[in-house]
Design a protein around this ligand. Structure first.
Ligand SMILES: Cc1ncc(COP(=O)(O)O)c(C=O)c1O
Length: 477
């Protein structure tokens, strides 16, 4: 089965600076392996012909042939007569799903285990099951009681909201996907931060959108000048932003910048989609920032929220807050994808909302301990790294000082630590000089992960003076 073909040019762009101290063929094979593991190259994709790739990369055909041979040996690709070299679906082992069983540490996702009180809330909710099941069960907007409770919380946080402005979804991801399906058509431009949350970028790209990246950097935050230029020049259909505890940098957008971006978006008729999945994850203390939508009384801003990080990703409860008309349009567009959100989990969520105070205190403590564990080990061990000091969010966006993120990710994987490389978070390429290190796991696990990462860095650090150094720095569009 062949789903798509990757041109030599596209693969070159995905590869970024791939050379290491390893023999060229092995470095190339490793870099392609990482792209497969990250799903940046999907299964059933035809890789470019050897000759074409060799010419594009400026290496000999023998090097590409040896790289493909190595990929065949590691079962990452198959040779198919007539179609060339095709990527294979990855097995469980490749995907790292057995990490916990084998003493490996999986930090590919920045996602904490459930809030410890959750099991008890499930047990309480079980008592409601007979009443829950007395209803037909299909409800594309969500349980009335939950929508009221979510609306009340926005109102308490300074953004007056009514239940009719809320649509409950299966996590923020299905909210992103639904919004993208309704608002974005082929050829539209969508402006995102770079780095960004990759599955949002994928949802817009799937609609055929052309993604425009605006840089967010540690310490500097949003490049407003670039944002202004990009909005006025590309006239996007939508902006997708994470203004509070931006994932992965942990930055928060200044209040003036919010007003300016909302105004610019309005001037070109763009929807502002604000993902606040990580907004209440203060690390130093519990913070419930004023929702972004309060900048312009909520007109035209579509806010996404979720219990994915505050309570548990496995709960799969998220929501969309927008004006009543937009909620109606979203509800009308939803049934082709799904017919609602599980009733039981919604009932659990309804019981969780009054406990958000306690939940956020536990989250803040977990994240603080995790962040401190990483900083304690990495700071002194790798003084050449730029380790940000973050006030919130889920991860450290560590500056490596050299374009070695993919090489480091592979070296870490060999030592049993699974991470996502910087380029995974890029819009339009780049971020080979950064790696995302989530601090959502318990501190003792992160202590161990940090030591593995330091060892992995020793394997790859001084290869940085090769071809990679000559490559463009985080080439951001
Ligand atoms: C910014 C952001 N948005 C959305 C999601 C997906 O959240 P959910 O589990 O609610 O679908 C994540 C999860 O990593 C995230 O970091």
């Amino acid at each position: 089965m062949l789903d798509s073909r990757l041109s030599a040019r596209a693969l070159d762009a995905l590869l970024g600076p791939w050379r290491t101290r390893e023999p060229a063929y092995e470095a190339l094979a490793d870099a392609i392996r990482l792209l497969c593991l990250d799903n940046r190259i999907a299964p059933h994709t035809a890789l470019p012909a050897e000759r074409e790739l060799a010419s594009r990369l400026g290496v000999s055909r023998t090097t590409v042939a040896a790289a493909y041979r190595s990929l065949r040996a590691s079962r990452h690709i198959d040779s198919v007569r007539g179609s060339g070299s095709i990527t294979r679906p990855l097995g469980r082992r490749d995907l790292g799903r057995i990490a916990a069983d084998e003493g490996m540490v999986d930090l590919q996702q920045a996602s904490p285990a459930a809030w410890p009180g959750l099991a008890a809330v499930y047990a309480e909710t079980a008592g409601d099951a007979p009443a829950l099941m007395a209803r037909p069960g299909y409800d594309v907007t969500g349980r009335r009681g939950l929508r009221e409770a979510i609306a009340r919380r926005y109102t308490e946080r300074g953004l007056p909201t009514e239940a009719a402005q809320i649509l409950v979804t299966n996590g923020a991801q299905s909210a992103i996907s639904l919004v993208a399906t309704l608002l974005v058509a082929r050829g539209d431009r969508v402006l995102l931060e770079t780095p960004t949350y990759p599955h949002a970028a994928e949802a817009f790209a799937r609609q055929g959108a052309r993604l425009v990246g605006v840089p967010v950097t540690v310490g500097e935050g949003w490049d407003l000048e670039r944002a202004e230029h990009a909005i006025l020049r590309s006239r996007p259909t939508a902006l997708y932003l994470m203004p509070d505890f931006h994932n992965p940098t942990g930055e928060s957008m200044a209040v003036e910048a919010r007003g300016r971006i909302a105004e610019l978006a309005r001037s070109v008729g763009a929807h502002v989609i604000v993902d606040e999945t990580t907004a209440e994850l203060g690390v130093e203390r519990v913070i419930s920032p004023l929702p972004f939508a309060s900048v312009d009384a909520g007109e035209g801003v579509i806010t996404l929220g979720s219990f994915g990080k505050t309570v548990w990703g496995g709960l799969r409860i998220g929501w969309i807050r927008a004006d009543v008309d937009m909620i109606r349009r979203l509800a009308a567009a939803r049934p082709t994808t799904d017919l609602g959100t599980p009733e039981f989990e919604q009932a659990v969520a309804e019981r969780l909302l009054p406990r958000m105070g306690d939940i956020l205190i536990q989250r803040s403590q977990l994240l603080r301990e995790g962040r401190d564990a990483l900083v304690r080990v990495l700071g002194p061990a790798v003084p050449e790294w730029d380790i940000p000091s973050v006030a919130g969010g889920v991860a450290l966006w560590v500056g490596l000082g050299a374009p070695r993120s993919s090489a480091l990710t592979l070296a870490a994987r060999r030592r049993g630590l699974l991470l996502s490389a910087g380029p995974r978070f890029s819009v339009g390429g780049g971020h080979e000089r950064h790696i995302r290190v989530p601090f959502t796991a318990p501190a003792p696990v992160l202590d161990r992960a940090a030591l593995m990462l330091v060892d992995a860095w020793r394997d790859v650090a001084d290869g940085g003076a090769e071809a990679g150094e000559a490559a463009p720095l985080d080439a951001v569009v």
